[in-house]
Ligand binder design. Structure first.
Ligand SMILES: Nc1ncnc2c1ncn2[C@@H]1O[C@H](COP(=O)(O)OP(=O)(O)O)[C@@H](O)[C@H]1O
Ligand SMILES: [Mg+2]
Length: 247
């Protein structure tokens, strides 16, 4: 049994003069401990699928069909479970670490705030947990860096901080939408290696969204290919890269 099951998921954006069918009957399963890549050209519907998993589709869009099962819970069925799950069971990483962090709070303050929102921990316990998380994602001098503001980190280090925030409530599913696209090429591999390590160590189910076949080849176990809202191919990355569908 797969941990995450996306069944016949459809998302429409209802425009004034037309409807954009951004995701059409998409079926994807992801197991614990594996990285599923979601790839396709710009506008093919990748972010739409990623956001629809957590019901984060903005107006004028809506999830028009399908279901998302996480563990044994249908997470679209009631709004309470989705709100809980978004913060707790599901960690999110987006393209631009700049916009994921609050510039006026230190990274320590942001970690403590997020941890205390979701877990019953004292401030001191949350601080210890925060420093351990910063260490886990490869930030040196974590005790000192805890008191720094986001602008005092390089782009790559900021994305590590974002990853620590995504991990702070012990998620089981991680959704990373173009997590390395805004980073220098030399830094990209380090972040991808970090995601790979965390997937194994924490037995996470990971959806890695990217337009970059190089990222897919380097990082993912399986890959799902989207084109114009359709999932056109899904399988083991090595097999798909050596024998791609002609479309
Ligand atoms: N908020 C929105 N309003 C209207 N159309 C949207 C919105 N978000 C995405 N779309 C449309 O849905 C399609 C898929 O977009 P998206 O999921 O962002 O693609 P990708 O992440 O693969 O680049 C595109 O045609 C895009 O224009
Ligand atoms: Mg996108």
């Amino acid at each position: 049994m797969s941990f995450l099951k996306i069944n016949n998921l459809s998302v429409d954006y209802q425009m004034r003069k037309e409807t954009i069918y951004a995701a059409k009957n998409v079926n994807i399963e992801v197991n614990k401990g594996e990285i599923l890549g979601l790839v396709g050209e710009s506008g093919s519907g990748k972010s739409t699928v990623g956001n629809a998993i957590i019901n984060l589709i903005d107006e004028p869009g809506k999830v028009s069909g399908g279901s998302v099962i996480l563990g044994d819970l249908n997470i679209h069925e009631n709004s309470e479970s989705i709100i809980n799950y978004r913060g707790n069971k599901i960690g999110l990483i987006f393209q631009d670490p700049q916009t994921s962090l609050n510039p006026i709070l230190t990274v320590g303050e942001q970690l403590i705030e997020t941890i205390q929102t979701h877990l019953q921990l004292s401030k001191e316990e949350a601080k210890i947990k925060s420093i351990n998380l910063l260490k886990e994602v490869g930030i040196k001098d974590a005790e000192k860096r805890f008191d720094n503001y986001p602008h005092q980190f390089s782009g790559g280090m900021r994305q590590r901080v974002v990853i620590s925030l995504a991990l702070c409530c012990e998620p089981e599913l991680l959704i990373a939408d173009e997590p390395t696209t805004a980073l220098d090429v030399s830094i990209q591999s380090q972040i991808l290696e970090l995601i790979k390590r965390l997937t194994k160590e924490r037995n996470l189910a990971v959806i890695l969204i990217t337009h970059d076949m190089g990222v897919i080849a380097e990082t993912t176990d399986r890959v799902a290919v989207m084109k114009s809202g359709d999932l056109v191919e899904i399988g083991i990355t090595k097999e798909i890269l050596t024998n791609p569908l002609k479309i």
